[in-house]
Design a protein around this ligand. Structure first.
Ligand code: ZN
Length: 300
């Protein structure tokens, strides 16, 4: 694993990764820690042409670059700008909008938007570890009222569910509704069967979520009860205020189709809040993520 990649401020990062070569070098070490390997046939007989940023496979003849088949592939943006963008996204508590990114990096809005989405896409965790111990679960509405043709306003809100293990990680997801079936499904997906306890408010749909190993405690929000001893949902509510501040501050309009990606980004930052190697780990995710095609992104 490459050295000295723990927490860096922006100046250090820009000094260290000031050139394409410096960026490529670190990506090579992260992608192929045991030496350059052909992505097509796994051969290690590779001829290297640094000047052309190209590798030639001695076994199958495949020509590739460090960014081939990764999220960085086919980018016209210099790698140092990518690195700054990644740093800004992971270090900004409330996230970065494409507009902010456009101004900071001096790129077009389209480039900034695509860049933000590519980075965000890589922050998805495919098989997250089930939450255990004490888990708070809650749901909230995101979005606002939208002008409608005809009679005044139409509510255009989306439901987001969240689960957080106290002192641990969070899981967030867009839900179609907040019925018992949907909320129980969300909890079963993210919370371990043998979690110690699940704390929720008194919304009826949560009823029956307990089992032999897991107790279910509620605070009666409808009766203005917010804390009863250890039972409360303050941690998950802190996530909601973080989410809402980021949606207001950074993302002037959030479409439902991209909300899930915003949630993944928030989750990634939150779950890595104590990780000094977050930049390295995000680079690792990016170098191992498939190239996200522009068409797929805009049609998603
Ligand atoms: Zn090969």
């Amino acid at each position: 694993m490459p050295k000295n990649l723990e927490k860096m401020d922006l100046m250090k990062l820009m000094n260290r990764f000031h050139s394409e070569d410096a960026c490529r070098d670190i990506l090579e070490k992260l992608r192929w820690p045991d030496g350059v390997t052909c992505p097509r046939c796994d051969s290690k007989q590779i001829r290297n042409s640094y000047t052309r940023n190209q590798y030639d496979c001695g076994s199958c003849g495949y020509q590739f670059s460090i960014t081939s088949g990764t999220i960085f592939h086919d980018t016209h943006l210099p790698l140092p700008k990518w690195f700054v963008a990644i740093h800004l996204i992971i270090e900004s508590r409330k996230g970065m909008s494409a507009n902010q990114m456009k101004r900071i990096l001096g790129v077009s809005y389209k480039t900034a938007w695509y860049l933000c989405h590519r980075i965000r896409e890589a922050m998805t965790v495919d098989s997250p570890i089930p939450l255990s111990k004490i888990v708070e679960v809650d749901e909230t509405w995101v979005g606002g009222k939208k002008k409608n043709v005809g009679h005044g306003y139409k509510w255009n809100k989306t439901i987001v569910a969240g689960a957080i293990e106290r002192g641990g990680e969070a899981r967030l997801q867009v839900l179609d509704d907040r019925t018992r079936e949907v909320l129980h499904g969300f909890i079963k997906k993210y919370v371990a069967d043998n979690a110690e306890a699940i704390y929720t408010d008194d919304w009826l749909a949560y009823k029956g979520i307990e089992n032999g190993d897991t107790k279910h405690e509620t605070v009666n929000h409808s009766a203005e009860e917010w804390v009863r001893g250890d039972v409360h949902t303050n941690y998950v509510e802190n996530i909601w205020s973080l989410l809402k501040r980021s949606l207001v501050g950074s993302y002037h309009k959030v479409s439902k189709k991209h909300l899930e990606a915003y949630l993944d980004e928030l989750e990634w930052r939150f779950n890595n809040r104590n990780n000094p190697y977050l930049f390295r780990d995000t680079l690792l995710k990016l170098i191992k993520s498939d190239n996200l095609e522009y068409k797929r992104l805009v049609n998603a």
